[in-house]
Design a binder for this molecule. Structure first.
Ligand code: SAM
Ligand code: SF4
Length: 339
C-alpha cells in the first residue's frame, strides 16, 4: 500500500493507514474497559451489566497493539471505555504509551470522577489531552443524567487540568432536548473566560436507546443557528481535522465544537479507527463487524502479522455509517464499543 506523509509531522510518522476512499487514519481510539461506574440515561441507564466474567486486554496485549499502530503511523491515541479510569492499571497503561516517541497526543475521555485527585499524576505519566463528559452544568440535572451527585468535583477536575496546562481540555455535551437547549447560554458563558472547548455531540441512536432517542434527540442545527446569530465563526479546518466543526468568537477565550453524525458530510473526514476493550478492530463506530486482533497479541513476534491484518481490514472500510437510514450496526450502547 502506498505510504503518504503527513506534512505536519515529517518522515518518522508516515501514515500507512489509508482506505479505499483516500482517508488516512493517524488516530486510534482504544477502549480499555466496558465497565463504568456512572449510569448515563442515554448510555447505561441501568448501569454496567456484566455478561459472564469480563476479559479485557491486558497491559502486555495493549503494549503490542500500540507498538503495531505506532509502526503504521498512528500518532494520536485516545483512551476510552466504558470509564477508562476504573482500570486499576490505568496509570501503568498511560506510562507505557506515554513513553512511545511517535505518539504525540495521548488523550482520554472520562466522566471525570477521578480527575480532581489524579490529573497531575496522569499528566506526569504522559497524558496531555482530556475530554470530560458534562451534559449539564446544573447540579440536579447532572445528578439525574449520570446517577451521581458529583458535578462539583468533576468541574473542579476540569479547573485542575486547565491549571496544569493540558494541551487540550474539552467538555463533551450530548445534545438533549429539554436540557441543552435550556442551558445553551450557560455553556457559552462557561467558555467566555476559560481556554477550553465545549463540544456539543448529537445524540446517536444505538441498539438500546431507540425510545430515548426519539424523545430526546435535538438537532445540532439549533446550536449552529444560535452560534451564527451571536457572531461565532467557523474555524478553518486543518488537513488532519476529524469530523467536528469548530467555532470561535473574539469575545470568548474558549471555543465551541459541533459533532453532528447525522450530517451529510460527517464520514468524509473520518480519521480514526477503534479497538474495543476485548481487542476487536472496529472500522466504524457503527460498523457491522469487529475483527479479532487478540489472537495476534500473544507474543512479541506477532507484530508483522498483526500489522498485515489491520492493513488488509482497512480495505473493507465503508464510505459512511448509514445512520440516517436507522442503521445502528452491532452497537447496543457506546460504552460497549468505546465512544
Ligand atoms: N465514560 C467516559 C465518558 O463518559 O466520557 C468515556 C466513554 S463514553 C461512551 C464517551 C462519550 O460518548 C461520552 O462523551 C458520552 O457522552 C458519549 N456518548 C455515549 N452515548 C452516546 C450516544 N448515544 N450518543 C452520543 N454520544 C454518546
Ligand atoms: Fe459511563 Fe461514559 Fe456511558 Fe456515561 S457515557 S454511562 S460515563 S460510559
Amino acid at each position: 500500500m502506498e505510504t503518504k506523509q503527513s506534512p505536519a509531522f515529517g518522515k518518522e510518522t508516515a501514515v500507512k493507514l489509508y482506505d479505499a476512499y483516500e482517508r488516512s487514519f493517524p488516530y486510534l481510539r482504544l477502549s480499555l474497559t466496558e465497565i463504568c461506574n456512572f449510569r448515563c440515561t442515554y448510555c447505561l441507564p441501568n448501569g454496567y451489566q456484566p455478561q459472564g466474567k469480563p476479559s479485557f486486554m491486558s497491559l502486555p496485549e495493549i503494549e503490542r497493539l500500540v507498538k503495531s499502530f505506532e509502526n503504521l503511523g498512528v500518532h494520536k491515541i485516545r483512551l476510552t471505555g466504558g470509564e477508562p479510569t476504573v482500570r486499576k492499571d490505568f496509570l501503568e497503561i498511560i506510562r507505557m504509551i506515554g513513553q512511545r516517541k511517535a505518539i504525540k497526543t495521548l488523550a482520554f475521555t472520562t466522566n471525570g470522577y477521578q480527575l480532581r485527585d489524579h490529573a497531575e499524576e496522569w499528566q506526569k505519566a504522559g497524558i496531555n489531552a482530556v475530554n470530560v463528559s458534562i451534559d449539564s452544568l446544573q447540579r440536579e440535572k447532572f445528578h439525574q443524567i449520570t446517577g451521581h451527585d458529583r458535578r462539583d468535583e468533576v468541574l473542579e477536575g476540569v479547573e485542575k487540568c486547565l491549571a496544569l496546562g493540558f494541551k487540550s481540555v474539552k467538555i463533551n455535551v450530548v445534545l438533549l432536548r429539554g436540557v441543552t437547549d435550556v442551558e445553551l447560554d450557560d455553556f457559552l458563558n462557561y467558555v467566555k473566560e476559560r481556554s477550553l472547548t465545549v463540544r456539543f455531540i448529537e445524540l446517536m441512536q444505538t441498539g438500546d436507546n431507540k425510545e430515548y432517542f426519539e424523545k430526546f434527540h435535538l438537532s445540532a442545527d439549533l446550536i449552529l443557528d444560535k452560534l451564527k446569530n451571536l457572531g461565532w465563526y467557523e474555524e478553518i479546518r486543518s488537513f488532519d481535522a476529524g469530523p467536528a466543526q469548530n467555532f470561535s468568537h473574539p469575545d470568548y477565550k474558549g471555543s465551541i465544537g459541533i459533532i453532528a453524525p447525522y450530517s451529510k458530510d460527517f464520514c468524509k473526514n473520518c480519521n480514526r479507527l477503534r479497538v474495543t476493550a476485548k481487542g476487536n478492530l472496529r472500522l466504524c463506530l457503527f460498523g457491522e463487524f469487529g475483527v479479532p486482533l487478540r489472537p495476534l497479541l500473544q507474543h512479541d513476534e506477532q507484530g508483522g502479522a498483526l500489522e498485515e491484518r489491520i492493513l488488509k481490514q482497512l480495505t473493507y472500510k465503508k464510505s459512511s455509517h448509514f445512520l440516517k437510514e436507522g442503521f445502528t450496526g452491532m452497537m447496543s450502547n457506546l460504552s460497549s464499543t468505546g465512544g
